[in-house]
Design a protein around this ligand. Structure first.
Ligand code: FAD
Length: 463
């Protein structure tokens, strides 16, 4: 097309110096293409491209820091600086690359924990192809057994993941695909109606949707023995590990108000509990505890007989070589007084996102979680965040699988709708008010159905 000569331009995307964000997105590309469009004869399909991209470009947009400069080159060159890796990607030489006719996959799934695997299966059940990347950084990496999951109670997490994966591979070889093991996604670029995904092995694929199931990490105090003990007697979730410490010695380590909460949640399992507060209690600590647990001092001392040690823990030491939970034994060293013996240690930790992708994409956040709507869609249209990484406020295997299922359903339904709309003859669309209005109205109508529940989504699809 004549217009291609006008695409003689070089886009150099400079990453944010300090953060190295992925810095190219739809608005600049759209603006650029529209300004190019004014210089060329716009064919019918280009008009369609511009019109259709209006609502989508704004909804897919991510904040930009791009410098666009004219050049003699015949290609658009983007230098993406992502973390430590620098990619030279020759891209967007034509409208086809901005809005490809063929997609490599319906969905790219980033993450191979329970959330990512659930998405893979769900999509395969409705004949949607997916490619799953797994960098093998699991939150429960050190956990010996997973619990409180029907049919999987006491299962080794690695075994759980490999069994699920094997089942998916056997049942849905035509739909569920897997990137080479330990491949990390390092960049995701929104296109007009989908995404281009880059990995650390130099690969890139396109997909209509992305489901990020990238998880979170627990940030442990930098103290001797903590990293080794985490998931092996040191834990935060009573439902996950608590039952292993029934009638055994427990230390609860944390700020007074939350430590009392954990102690109460464990008290049905064991009454042999000591709270260690991390240091002398301040007036604020006591007030916070009083607000949440009126009369805490009296109840803990006289009724529950839970001692409170106003010390910090300096080190924990495993005093048994057996790795079975039933044998867990620790010495908990304090900065005052002798060490405590404990079988289990409950700890309160903060968490961070495992992946830098939410930062690169500048997704809206809610605290440390990626902000998602009811359908688990992030602030970038068509990009879902499921499992621990989102802001649902729940972090367990059930939530991971449920939220992935929800996203997979929404992704499928919205792709089906989009495919339908793309098949409507142009003449009919014109009668309905033109592409922009027609398209927007239809997608809004779909959203109103999807705002409901999963069942409603099937109905929206005509099921
Ligand atoms: C000590 C401990 C014990 C627990 N016990 C239980 C329990 O008994 N029962 C329970 O229900 N829950 C338990 N949990 C919680 C449970 O582990 C999490 O809720 C669950 O793993 C979340 O699943 P997820 O798929 O969201 O994330 P994860 O399982 O953390 O998986 C994240 C995935 O994303 C991948 N990833 C991240 N970034 C990238 C990238 N850029 N490219 C490619 N891949 C990427 C990782 O490699 C990984 O595959 C426990 C947690 C801990 C810490």
């Amino acid at each position: 097309m004549q217009g291609s000569s006008a695409l003689l331009c070089k886009i150099r995307v400079l990453a944010d110096q300090s953060r190295s964000y992925l810095s190219l997105g739809t608005i600049n590309i759209f603006n650029f293409l529209c300004s190019v469009g004014s210089m060329v004869h716009l064919s019918l399909s280009l008009w369609r491209f511009c019109l259709l991209s209006l609502p989508l470009a704004s909804s897919l947009s991510i904040p930009q820091k791009a410098i666009v400069e004219e050049s003699e080159d015949s290609t658009l060159i983007r230098d993406l600086v992502i973390d430590d890796a620098e990619l030279n990607i020759t891209d967007y030489t034509s409208l086809d690359e901005w809005n490809p006719a063929e997609w490599d996959y319906d969905v790219v799934i980033v993450g191979g924990g329970p959330a990512g695997l659930a998405a893979s299966m769900s999509l395969a059940r409705v004949a949607r192809t997916s490619l799953l990347y797994d960098s093998q950084e699991y939150r429960n990496e050190q956990t010996r057994y997973m619990h409180d999951v029907l049919g999987q109670d006491g299962q080794v997490p690695l075994k759980f993941r490999s069994t699920v994966r094997q089942q998916i591979e056997q049942l849905y070889p035509d739909y569920s695909f897997w990137a080479t093991r330990k491949t990390k996604v390092i960049g995701i670029v929104p296109l007009e109606k989908g995404f281009r995904v880059y990995d650390d092995k130099g690969g890139k694929v396109t997909s209509k949707r992305v489901i990020m199931a990238t998880g979170i990490k627990d940030v442990l105090p930098d103290k001797p023995g903590f990293a080794e003990a985490f998931g092996r007697g040191m834990f935060w979730c009573p439902w996950c590990d608590g039952h292993d410490y029934k009638n055994r010695k427990l230390v609860v380590y944390g700020k007074l108000a939350s430590a009392i909460g954990s102690a109460l949640n464990m008290r049905k399992l064991t009454t042999d509990i000591t709270i260690v507060t991390g240091g002398p209690l301040s007036k604020e600590d006591k007030e916070a505890a009083e607000t949440r647990w009126p009369g805490w001092e009296t109840v803990l001392k006289n009724s529950y007989k839970i001692p409170i040690r106003e010390n910090d823990i300096t080190k924990v030491e495993r005093t048994t070589t057996s790795m079975e939970p039933k044998d867990d034994q620790y010495k908990v060293y304090l900065n005052g007084g002798g060490p405590l013996d404990a079988n289990g240690i409950i700890i309160h930790v903060s968490t961070v996102q495992t992946s830098s992708l939410p930062k690169q994409l500048r997704l809206n956040m809610d605290g440390n979680g990626v902000k998602v709507n009811d359908n688990k869609e992030s602030s970038v249209n068509g990009l879902y965040v499921v499992g621990d990484a989102n802001n649902d406020g729940s972090t367990n295997a059930y939530h991971a699988m449920w939220s992935a299922k929800r996203a997979a359903v929404h992704a499928h339904v919205s792709m089906s709708k989009q495919e339908y709309l793309d098949s409507v003859p142009s003449a009919m669309v014109a009668v309905a008010g033109g592409h922009e209005d027609f398209y927007r109205r239809q997608m809004e109508e779909l959203e109103s159905h999807i705002g409901d529940d999963v069942e409603q989504m099937y109905k929206a699809l005509g099921g």
